[in-house]
Design a protein around this ligand. Structure first.
Ligand SMILES: *[C@@H]1O[C@H](CO)[C@@H](O)[C@H](O)[C@H]1NC(C)=O
Ligand SMILES: *[C@@H]1O[C@H](CO)[C@@H](O)[C@H](O)[C@H]1NC(C)=O
Length: 984
């Protein structure tokens, strides 16, 4: 063979094999591209996938990793704000796929059983999404090592059986999904390679099996927030590699298992909120411990002294148990210790002195024990400290000076001890101090003037001490001060004039001191003042008439040396003894006080008569209603009008109008709306402003209907039990301050009816603007802002205060629009008020409105925030589609929720669902909002996102055109001190 032939042959072989390679290669390229583009087509927010197109090599697609043969091996698209559904039929046709990472997105829909075609999968992360339906069978994923499905909306029965042969699994995370209740899945016990198991909050009941001991490689075992009962099995003590063991919030009982002490690697141990008892001797050798959480159990015995030598301990929380004895002196002195909470035990001895040695401690919480000794000097240098609470112990001595000026300290609570000494001047350097509680100690000396520099102060509670001298004249500098309680001390001198400049004050208690001089006139300008107690002092002069303009729930000026006439309006809020022990005081028509001179008596009669005339006129007007005719006929004929005299006014904001002005405007021609609970009137004030007044009837409360009512009623004075639930609720509503919540100015009530006075919203309701003849063209930006604003308002109701407040009647007609079309929620909580007030026709008063009512109303009385979220989802659908919640076009007995869900599922042209007036370029965003609405209206309440989440999701789809504009985002949404101080 000639060399030429040879080389020619070689060349042609090469040529053909290259051609062959090219053909195979390009076909694989196009198949893979085809699959990936199909996968992309069901995703909604796919800007990130712009590189996924017909031109690029698939191995160059964003998030794609190929193997050396240019076959797709990995899809890495977690945290990309992807929405839409997953086409596993396309994705799993990629035969070399080993890794799918799609966690922390906005993905929804069900996960197809075609997932089982991904047979080479080693890594699957679908966690933190919004899927629905059940998890499909996983048994074919025999190569899988990492499986994360936590917090992704799955429900129904989890296919536990399908895990039994997936023995390569090292990481398994299924928690935070509302699966159907199941006993502890025994299949898990076969997964002997597991080193991390997260089954927190997925409805597992029964006991933890002894067989858990098989999982010897486990480093992290988390079974918290389930319904587990019985004892912690001894098997757990065989898991020598455990670093984290979390079992909190179950129903576990018994003692800590014998042998736990052999888990020498344990660093995070949390069994809080169970029913465990016994002592902690099993923990004393666990020297790697970093975080020990044992609170809310019934543990007893002493704290092992060995804890004092734990070199890594950073968090120690054992509150609400039955521990006795002393804390180890050196606890928390080694690592960067963060907090201790040993409150509510029977501990004694001194406060360990070195917990802030590394300068990281933020919380020292030791309330309700029997600790003795002083506050260690060391803490005077603990600049990281935020909360210092040692109330209700037997601590004594002087507080180290440096404590008072710690730069980050927000709360200092030393109440109910025997501390002594002065409050030093360096308190003026405190930069973050909001609450100072020193009541019931032996503090003495003068209140330093420098306290007026602590502009962050909200509460000062110094009662029952031995403070003396004058209240600093500069106190008016404290503009955030809400409560000042100095009662039961020895303060003297005059009440400083400047107290009237503390504009946020709601409570002033200076009782039982030796204050003299006159009551400052300007206290009458404290618009939010609610309680004023100056009793038991040596105050002189007359009661300033300015106090009449306050709307107080309690005033006590008794046992002073006041003289003259008690202003008439104050008599309304006074209780019997409010003015007692002031021989010089008189009043007109009060049985407790001496009558004033006859001249003024006459004039007051005139005034009373006028009230009665106005009220009577109102009653007559209202008597148009048949309902009232019936009632009137039952009333004693001699005094039909006196009933109406007792209008009780509760004011929550600074008012520029009088109740008379409001009452006069409650006439037929001023009606602007009629609702189930009453009519709404528009009131034009003389000053040019406008109000909306909602009038509601009440009937005799059925005594049983509020007997067992919640304790919230207790926030009002006991003597006013006209309709306690109503009043408490109104008081709660009135405390709300948010720019997306309509302001309730005041409530005016008589025995028959209530008037709620709101700010007037000139652009009517969203319903009007979407669906009626007042309809206007709203572009996408406006609709988005309305959705966002309403969402923030509702988020505030749900999360803004400690007790979540339900709206109960979220609908577009309760979303009102101001002159700039900014939305505000109205009528919140009223459904409940109306219900508990038990109108005669209470059967008609279902909470909520047809078309907006979440399905669970049908089968449970346990209505939660999630029901509001359903209704809000309906509003979002209205905004996007422009359609009404109930409309014949959806088909018989079908509503907008059914229609949108069906259309989204059919995933045809989703743009066709969007209101035709919305411009093309906004339609993609509109579909995203619709997607959020679908989440909000899931049938199972647990699958609906929280309002906080909804706000976050809406923020993510903010139109580009709005991002440049500075939008006031919840400026008012943070109410200082809305939350009451929590244990932690
Ligand atoms: C991927 O893209 C880069 C530049 O964007 C290009 O240089 C490279 O050749 C591409 N690779 C393939 C395999 O197409
Ligand atoms: C696990 O493997 C066993 C033995 O091969 C088999 O009988 C069983 O059906 C498998 N389980 C599942 C859920 O596939």
């Amino acid at each position: 063979m000639s060399p030429e032939f040879f080389s020619g042959h070689l060349r042609s072989t090469l040529f053909f094999s290259t051609l062959l390679f090219f053909v195979i290669h390009s076909s694989s390229q196009s198949d893979q591209r085809q699959s990936l583009l199909e996968f992309k087509s069901t995703l909604v927010n796919s800007k990130v996938l712009n590189s996924w197109n017909e031109e690029n090599n698939v191995c160059n697609f964003t998030g794609i990793v190929c193997n050396s043969d240019e076959e797709v091996k990995e899809v890495n698209l977690s945290q990309q704000q992807l929405a839409g559904t997953l086409a596993f039929d396309s994705l799993c046709s990629l035969k070399s796929l080993e890794r799918i990472s799609l966690g922390s997105n906005l993905l929804s829909g069900t996960v197809s059983t075609r997932l089982s075609d991904c047979r080479n999968l080693q890594y699957l992360d679908l966690g933190m999404n919004f899927f629905s339906g059940e998890v499909p069978d996983l048994s074919s994923l025999t190569q899988i090592k990492f499986l994360s499905l936590n917090l992704s909306g799955f429900s129904g029965q989890f296919p536990w059986k399908s895990l039994e042969n997936l023995t390569n699994l090292t990481f398994l995370s299924l928690g935070d999904n509302p699966f159907d209740e199941s006993p502890f899945p025994l299949e898990i016990l076969k997964l002997q390679n597991l080193n991390s198991l997260y089954l927190t909050n997925c409805t597992i009941g029964g006991t933890i099996p002894e067989g858990i001991e098989n999982l010897t490689l486990l480093e992290s075992l988390q079974l918290s927030d389930n319904n587990l009962v019985g004892e912690i099995p001894v098997g757990v003590t065989k898991l020598k590699n455990l670093q984290m063991l979390e079992l909190y919030n179950n129903g576990l009982s018994g003692i800590l298992p014998v042998g736990l002490s052999s888990l020498v690697n344990l660093a995070q141990f949390d069994v809080s909120t169970n029913n465990l008892h016994g002592d902690l001797s099993e923990l004393k050798n666990l020297t790697r411990m970093e975080s020990l959480q044992l609170f809310e159990n019934s543990f007893s015995g002493t704290i092992p002294q060995e804890f004092g030598e734990f070199k890594f301990l950073k968090q120690f929380s054992i509150y609400d148990n039955k521990f006795i004895g002393e804390l180890p002196a050196k606890i928390g002195s080694w690592a960067e210790f963060e907090y201790i909470d040993v409150s509510q035990n029977y501990l004694s001895g001194g406060i360990p002195p070195e917990m802030c040695k590394m300068g990281k401690m933020t919380k020292l919480l030791m309330l309700e024990n029997n600790f003795t000794g002083g506050l260690p000097e060391n803490y005077a240098g603990c600049s990281s400290l935020i909360r210092l609470r040692v109330s209700n112990n037997s601590l004594s001595g002087r507080v180290p000076d440096g404590i008072w000026s710690l730069p980050n300290l927000s709360m200092i609570d030393l109440e109910m001890n025997q501390f002594e000494g002065p409050l030093p001047a360096n308190i003026g350097e405190a930069r973050s101090l909001a609450q100072i509680f020193l009541a019931n100690n032996r503090f003495s000396g003068e209140l330093p003037m420098e306290i007026s520099n602590v502009s962050s102060l909200v509460e000062i509670e110094l009662s029952s001490n031995q403070f003396s001298g004058e209240i600093p004249a500069t106190i008016g500098g404290l503009k955030k001060l809400s409560n000042i309680r100095l009662q039961d001390n020895m303060f003297s001198g005059a009440i400083p004039e400047s107290l009237g400049s503390c504009v946020s004050l709601s409570e002033i208690n200076l009782a039982s001191n030796s204050l003299s001089g006159q009551i400052p006139d300007n206290l009458g300008s404290l618009a939010s003042l609610n309680l004023l107690n100056l009793s038991g002092n040596k105050l002189t002069g007359v009661i300033p008439s300015s106090l009449s303009s306050l709307k107080l729930t309690l005033i006590d000026l008794s046992n002073n040396m006041l003289i003259g006439r008690v202003p008439q309006p104050l008599l309304l809020v006074a209780y019997n003894g409010s003015f007692a022990g002031n021989p010089g005081l008189c009043a007109d028509g009060s049985k407790d006080l001496r009558e004033c001179s006859p001249v003024s008596r006459k004039s007051s009669h005139v005034r009373v008569a006028m009230y009665c005339f106005i009220a009577g006129a109102l009653l007559l007007l209202l008597s148009l209603s048949y309902f009232l005719f019936v009632k009137l006929s039952k009333i004693d004929h001699k005094s039909p009008i006196t009933r109406g005299c007792s209008w009780d006014v509760k004011q929550f904001h600074v008012l520029k109008f009088s109740e008379d002005e409001v009452l006069r405007s409650i006439t037929q021609e001023n009606i602007i709306g009629k609702g189930g609970s009453g009519n709404v009137y528009k009131v034009d004030l003389k000053c040019g402003e406008q109000l909306a007044v909602k009038h509601m009837w009440k009937s005799e409360p059925d005594s049983d209907s509020w007997k067992g009512s919640r304790s919230s009623a207790a926030i009002l004075p006991k003597e006013k039990t006209l309709w306690p639930e109503y009043e408490a609720e109104v008081a709660a509503l009135s405390s709300l301050r948010h720019m997306n919540v309509v302001k309730l100015y005041c409530s005016i009530s008589s025995e028959d009816s209530n008037l709620l006075v709101y700010e007037y919203m000139p652009n009517g309701s969203l319903w009007d603007r979407l669906h009626t003849n007042k309809k206007i063209n709203m572009d996408w930006g406006v609709r988005y802002e309305i959705a966002m604003g309403a969402a923030r308002g509702l988020e505030y109701l749900h999360h803004g205060c400690e007790r979540p407040m339900l709206h109960r009647d979220v609908k577009s007609s309760n979303i009102l629009l101001d002159e700039e079309l900014k939305p505000k929620l109205a009528d919140f909580g009223l459904a409940k008020i109306v219900q508990t007030g038990k109108r005669m026709d209470s059967t008609h008063m279902i909470a909520g409105t047809h078309g907006y009512i979440a399905p669970e109303y049908g089968y449970t009385s346990n209505v939660t925030e999630k029901s509001d979220i359903y209704s809000f989802g309906v509003v979002l659908m209205e905004l996007v589609t422009g359609k009404k919640p109930v409309d014949p076009v959806f088909g018989e007995n079908k509503d907008i929720v059914y229609w949108v869900h069906e259309e989204m599922r059919a995933k045809d042209d989703m743009f066709s669902l969007v209101d035709s007036t919305i411009t093309k370029d906004a339609k993609e965003d509109a579909v995203k909002m619709l997607n959020i609405a679908v989440h909000c209206t899931m049938k199972l309440p647990a699958l609906r996102p929280s309002m906080r989440m909804v706000v976050k999701m809406l923020e993510e789809i903010e139109p580009d055109s709005l991002t440049d504009i500075v939008i006031e985002k919840g400026v008012e949404s943070v109410i200082p001190d809305c939350k009451k101080p929590s244990m932690n």
